[in-house]
Design a protein around this ligand. Structure first.
Ligand SMILES: NC(=O)c1ccc[n+]([C@@H]2O[C@H](COP(=O)([O-])OP(=O)(O)OC[C@H]3O[C@@H](n4cnc5c(N)ncnc54)[C@H](OP(=O)(O)O)[C@@H]3O)[C@@H](O)[C@H]2O)c1
Length: 223
């Protein structure tokens, strides 16, 4: 079992922390304010969770989850992440993040920007195309006929395989969607983004997405 350093412990970071603890991992939670502000979350998650600064979470984690608003990605400390697998959940929302020319032009993807910032880490994009509520409730064991599939993309095949193994432990099958340059296929507003897993309504049923179903919507991506 691993220690997962979590940089950004909001909706999606906290959901992944819970799934990781259920799978037997330890988590080190961090945010932009202070470790103390995460004490209630750590207490709710139990003894396998602790809190730290982003630098400390980066140092402590054998692998790292980056789940901050995209416009804050340059704040992620690069040095402690050297040589590590970094799972990136980021998405581009111009109303929140401001306009980013390389994304508007299609020259970059959100995760390729993070990879440039974290040049000595191996970035894998995953968990970005599912609403955090659905991520929490659609996790299933590997023998379940209702297991869902998530796309992963990355430039380093070993890192991608490690990410796929972790996602499997957390309750999902994976589909290799190529490199970080290819990851636009499951960025915001593409057919594979969020809606296949169900409506934005906690009262509505979530929809398991099979590998075949995910491959179908990924193939429909356009830009
Ligand atoms: N919400 C979803 O369902 C969902 C699903 C998939 C992907 N995503 C994407 O994942 C990312 C996170 O989304 P979210 O909904 O979890 O956001 P969120 O609930 O607003 O949480 C963001 C977290 O990032 C932390 N943070 C902000 N700036 C930071 C910095 N400079 N250093 C360290 N931590 C920082 C925040 O800490 P403070 O509160 O202390 O500032 C907070 O813990 C976004 O890119 C989003 O588009 C979201």
């Amino acid at each position: 079992m691993s220690t997962i350093g979590i940089i950004g412990s909001g909706n999606i970071g906290a959901t992944i922390a819970r799934l990781a603890i259920q799978a037997g991992h330890d988590v080190v939670l961090s945010n932009s304010r202070s470790p103390q502000t995460l004490w209630p979350l750590a207490a709710a998650l139990g003894p396998k969770a602790r809190t730290a600064t982003p630098e400390e979470a980066g140092q402590a984690g054998e692998l790292i989850l980056v789940s901050v608003p995209l416009h804050r990605y340059r704040d992620v400390p690069a040095e402690p992440l050297t040589g590590k697998l970094v799972l990136d959940t980021g998405n581009y929302y111009p109303d929140r993040d401001g306009r980013i020319a390389e994304l508007d032009s299609g020259q970059a993807t959100t995760s390729s920007l993070l990879q440039v910032h974290l040049a000595d880490a191996q970035v894998v994009k995953v968990f970005n195309n599912i609403w955090f509520h659905h991520l929490g409730i659609l996790a299933r064991t590997s023998d379940s006929p209702e297991r869902s599939t998530l796309p992963v993309a990355g430039d380093d095949s070993d890192a991608k395989a490690s990410a796929q193994a972790l996602v499997d432990q957390l309750g999902y099958d994976t589909y290799d969607a190529g490199t970080l340059a290819d990851s636009w296929r499951f960025e915001r507003d593409q057919p594979a983004y969020v809606t296949p897993y169900g409506p934005f309504d906690v009262a509505a049923a979530a929809t398991p997405v099979s590998t075949e179903g995910l491959a179908r919507v990924l193939a429909q991506a356009t830009r």
